[in-house]
Design a protein around this ligand. Structure first.
Ligand code: HEM
Length: 516
């Protein structure tokens, strides 16, 4: 017993000594400067208890009212800087992009073999080359050859909505899976295709685990060594599941393209295009480039599914909650396109209200309100405050895009915000924050933009989306609320709605296009 007490006392003294040593080293490193303002931190754990687990974008907005646009939190020794103002986001993540474009290396991602997708890695050579490949392949002009495919898949979606409207969320998920798989791999997804399971399941597990402050092992990496037989505390059982999913995401679809190229059956896709460019390369050089293609495609297959599904889910929510928006959009479609055909991409310039509606959709119920964390590769000083190398940078775009000064009644869905007085579309550069900032900005943004346009205009031209009714004929109330079990990607809480063809003309149009 005495032996145990002496050891405990020793431990306490050593811990205190180490703590003071770290504090002194930290003070010297800062050269007398202080960290940006933030809630007072406690000894050792820092702000661990202040880091919001649910809806962090709201808690950070409240903090920014007290501490300003640059907030500092500390989780053990990890510094987390939350950016809540346009100037801070641009100054650091854009103008000082050389310093702030890394990603935090998360032990949880390493343990789960999920540290290979581009959105999880720092600026490694594979990441840089993969990004180049995506930036080139996903430019607005490069989207044109995929328009026909997008229109066709959207028409299949309309037919599914018509036959089983209650399953609208499952139809959205399938549509998004079809679009991404066609774009990335030229793979034609069929109903019930198992290929879509892996990214959806992996995303459900991983996105809550990468939120800054959500998982202790990211700050106390030794926790990864807790053996698998320790119940509740070991990450190993979950890790085993995710490792298998990771392997499937990276290899299953790219192997399909390689086989198709070999058999001469490959359809035009980002993967087939890039793999064909490697012709002539052999040995390790070829292997390396194939790895880049496989990482880049696996990244969009993973990053693109859940995110756009959430935006489309929110579209139906907005239509239910704001019927006057639906009526005005339909009036525009009827005048510009008429009732005898479905919209196409060529109609887009003549549909300013629909365009404004798509913009408002991205702002209103943001898919990634705190973006994906960046990290810093050098010590830096900003507005007189010290930001150490290795800080986790959180771009809280939600605060900016829900600022009532800039977007009055921010919780209301008002496409008019994005229209000038003469009815033309108003450009709002701040809106691009929904896709992040700087070198790591989402490369899929032009594909998302095209998807949201074609889906929104097509759905509105043939359907009325209203509140569902219960057995007694009373409307089932719906609220604009997000499911708080999410992580960096958030989804609307599930809701019911009634999706019916606008009339017989619309019904005929859906059937005719489903058959063509
Ligand atoms: C509504 C849909 C989407 C939203 C809101 C969204 C948003 C974002 C955000 C905020 C980031 C992090 C940017 C940063 O760190 O500054 C990101 C990264 C990324 N997104 Fe998207 N995204 C969407 C859909 C897509 C789609 C459809 C694709 C693929 C076609 C895609 C591919 C990626 C990739 C590969 C990255 C990682 C980029 C990097 O780390 O360099 N995203 N996205």
């Amino acid at each position: 017993m005495q032996f145990f007490l002496i050891n405990a006392l020793d431990c306490l003294v050593i811990s205190l000594f180490l703590y003071l040593l770290v504090a002194l080293r930290d003070h010297i490193r800062r050269g007398g400067l202080s960290y940006p303002p933030g809630p007072p931190s406690r000894p050792i754990i820092g702000n661990l208890l202040d880091v919001p687990k649910y809806a962090p974008w709201i808690a950070y907005t409240d903090m920014s009212k007290k501490y300003g646009g640059v907030i500092c939190l500390r989780i053990f020794s990890q510094v987390v800087i939350v950016l809540c103002s346009v100037s801070a986001l641009k100054d650091l993540l854009e103008k000082r992009g050389e310093i702030y474009s890394e990603r935090p290396s998360l032990p949880i991602a390493e343990m789960f073999d999920m540290n290979w997708p581009i959105f999880m890695t720092g600026m490694t050579e594979t990441c840089r080359e993969g990004r180049k490949l995506l930036d080139r392949g996903l430019r607005p002009g490069e989207m044109i050859p995929y328009r026909q495919m997008m229109q066709e898949k959207t028409r299949e979606f309309l037919a599914q909505l018509y036959s089983t409207p209650k399953d609208f969320l499952a139809h959205i998920e399938l549509l998004q899976g079809k679009l991404i798989m066609s774009l990335a791999y030229g793979y034609d997804v069929k109903d019930g295709d198992k290929i879509l399971e892996a990214p959806v399941q992996a995303s459900k597990i991983m996105t809550p685990l990468v939120v800054p402050g959500a998982v202790l092992v990211n700050y106390l990496p030794f926790l990864r060594y807790i053996p698998s037989w320790v119940p509740y505390f070991s990450y190993e059982p979950l890790a085993q599941i995710v490792r298998k999913l990771s392997e499937r995401i990276k290899n299953e679809p790219i192997d399909f393209v390689k086989r198709a190229l070999h058999n001469g059956t490959a359809v035009h896709s980002l993967a087939s295009e890039h793999l064909q460019e490697l012709e002539g390369l052999v040995g390790s050089k070829r292997q390396k480039q194939e790895e880049v293609v496989s990482v880049a495609m696996g990244s969009i297959y993973h990053a693109g599914s859940d995110t756009t599904t959430s935006a489309m889910h929110s579209l139906f929510l907005a239509l239910v909650l704001f019927p006057h928006v639906q009526r005005r959009a339909q009036a525009e479609l009827d005048v510009v396109i008429g009732r005898d055909r479905l919209p196409t991409f060529d109609d887009r310039p003549r549909l300013p209200y629909i365009e404004a509606l798509c913009k408002e959709l991205m702002r209103w119920q943001m898919v990634t309100p705190i973006g994906l964390p960046h990290s810093s590769s050098k010590d830096d000083v900003y507005r007189g405050f010290f930001i150490p190398k290795g800080s986790i940078m959180v771009a809280n775009a939600w605060t900016i895009l829900h600022d009532p000064e800039e977007y009055p009644d921010p919780e209301d869905f008002k496409p008019e915000r994005f229209l000038d007085e003469d009815g033309s579309v108003r450009d709002d550069p701040t809106l691009s924050f929904v896709f992040g900032v700087g070198k790591r900005i989402c490369p899929g943004r032009h594909f998302v933009d095209a998807t949201i346009f074609i889906v929104t205009s097509s759905v509105l031209s043939v359907f009325n989306v209203t509140k569902a009714k219960d057995e007694s004929g009373n409307e089932i109330p719906v609220k604009a609320a997000v499911a708080l079990d999410g992580g960096v990607v958030v989804h609307p809480k599930k809701f019911e709605c009634c999706i019916l063809p606008r009339d017989k003309v619309a019904e005929d149009l859906i059937s005719a296009n489903a058959l063509s």
